[in-house]
Design a protein around this ligand. Structure first.
Ligand code: UGA
Length: 432
């Protein structure tokens, strides 16, 4: 099939590359000329495992191309994906301006029946709105259907998730559109759930908000463990053995970040408000998450009497391992707070140093390896659980540090062993 994907962000690029990989002819369109020029040469603007290789291979095999020209891209496409950004507005609501712009452009260039797929995470009712905008902008009278087809990919494992997804959701009342999309996704051999568009749009928000709530729940349990003498890892293990609960997303830590959970939880809360409903649980999910990000600072406040001349090393800047994305990363918040206290911050991330440097306007010493980042530091905060941190020489770390305060924001190390090695060790949810 011929497919156009509008938007070459994380969702659009992964979708485009994977559809090309399973044999479709895909053209990805974006208004950012520089980005498109790089993509034409096979250079990915984001760090995502296997993505760049896949882009390069499919360009070579002439199944994947890139353009800034919607008019040239759209003719002959049976399916057009809208995969543009839907950032949060100041008040937590969703900014739909890019989606609306894409819909206007699609309307102008539609020349035969096409399935328009809403892939961006958009609030309930958006499919209806997209259809209205397209209709208003049609140059000639053609029929089309708009289908909600949310994505459930995780950054860092997006390619793997595409090929091993738990489900594909189509929200549509058109059998014709559902049949075309079923054919499009057939090579993936995955379970398909067909719903109405509103339910599909809600499934996406509900899934992210539920997972975020699971994290905030386990983080609250961790806080209780610290007070009562429990060990959150044992508690999570025991809970996770119950198949109704499941063992995923029960890793306590210093809060969730990223471009999705904070935005989508706020977005769902806002939807509730618009319809006169106060979604109390997810309001608390967000509140717990903001408190949880403060944990390393609370710990330090208790130990450090005078912040003058204090040096702190941050291990990990990305919001999670496997990505260079620092959006809403706990590290962002922690570094800002430390800087506000006059701390000299040193930091290391295997791939996210540059991204952090571009969003922080104040001086941080970015290091090329973890040992430099901890050297001469009073305290170290492990913020992102990269595999390479699990393999560090802890003896070397201890030797390089000035004071031996180690805050393990992701419970990477074993408490007893860290204490034996001479660290003043602070994990999350494990009573010391
Ligand atoms: C999330 C969802 O998992 C995807 O299904 C969804 O498609 C995606 O959002 C999206 O809407 O595009 P992602 O944000 O890439 O994916 O990352 P996750 O792996 O879900 O992690 C999110 C945050 O939760 C990270 O900061 C991570 O450190 C934190 N987390 C995760 C925990 O603190 N504990 C856990 O047990 C799991």
């Amino acid at each position: 099939m011929k497919v156009t994907v509008v938007g070459t962000g994380y969702v659009g690029l992964v979708t485009g590359a994977c559809l090309a990989e399973i044999g479709h002819h895909v053209i990805c369109v974006d208004q950012d000329e520089m980005k498109i020029e790089k993509l034409k040469r096979g250079i990915s603007p984001i760090y995502e495992a296997y993505l760049e290789d896949m882009i390069f291979r499919n360009i070579q095999e002439q199944r994947l191309s890139f353009s800034i020209d919607m008019e040239a891209a759209m003719p002959g496409s049976q399916v057009v994906f809208i995969a543009v950004g839907t950032p949060s507005l100041e008040d937590g609501d969703v900014d739909l301006s890019q989606v609306e712009k894409a819909a206007r452009e699609i309307g102008k260039h539609l020349s035969a029946y096409t399935v328009i797929v809403s892939k961006s995470t958009v609030p309930v009712g958006s499919c209806r709105r997209i259809a209205q905008i397209i209709k208003k902008n049609l140059i000639k009278e053609v029929s089309f259907d708009v289908v909600s087809n949310p994505e459930f990919l995780r950054e860092g494992t997006a390619i793997y998730d595409t090929f091993h997804g738990d489900r594909i959701v189509f929200g549509s009342r058109s059998k014709k559109a559902v049949d075309i999309l079923t054919e499009l996704y057939k090579p993936l051999h995955q379970k398909i759930l067909v719903t109405d568009p509103e339910s599909a749009e809600l499934i996406k928000y509900a899934s992210n908000a539920f997972l975020a709530t699971k994290i905030s729940f386990i983080n609250e349990m961790a806080n209780l463990c610290e007070k009562t003498g429990g060990d959150i890892q044992a508690v999570a293990e025991g809970m996770g053995m119950d198949q109704r609960i499941g063992n995923k997303f029960l890793q306590a830590g210093i809060g969730f970040g990223g471009a999705c959970f904070p935005k989508d939880v706020s977005g769902l809360l806002k939807t509730g408000e618009k319809y006169g409903y106060d979604f109390k649980i997810i309001r608390q999910t967000l509140a717990v998450n903001s408190t949880q990000k403060q944990k390393p600072l609370e710990i330090l406040e208790k130990i450090i009497e005078d912040w003058k001349d204090i040096k702190i090393g941050i291990l990990g800047l990305a919001f999670k391992p496997g990505t260079d994305d620092v959006r809403e990363a706990p590290a962002l918040y922690i570094i800002k707070e430390l800087y506000g206290r006059g701390v000299h911050v040193k930091a290391y991330d295997p791939v996210a140093n540059d991204n952090m440097q571009s969003v922080l306007s104040f001086p941080v010493t970015y290091c090329n390896n973890p040992y430099d980042a901890v050297s001469d530091c009073d305290a170290v905060i492990l913020v992102t659980e990269w595999q390479e941190f699990k393999e560090l020489s802890l003896r070397k770390i201890r030797r390089l540090m000035k004071r031996k305060i180690f805050i393990d924001g992701r419970n990477v190390f074993a408490s007893e062993s860290m204490k034996k090695k001479g660290f003043d060790y602070y994990p999350i949810g494990i009573c010391c």
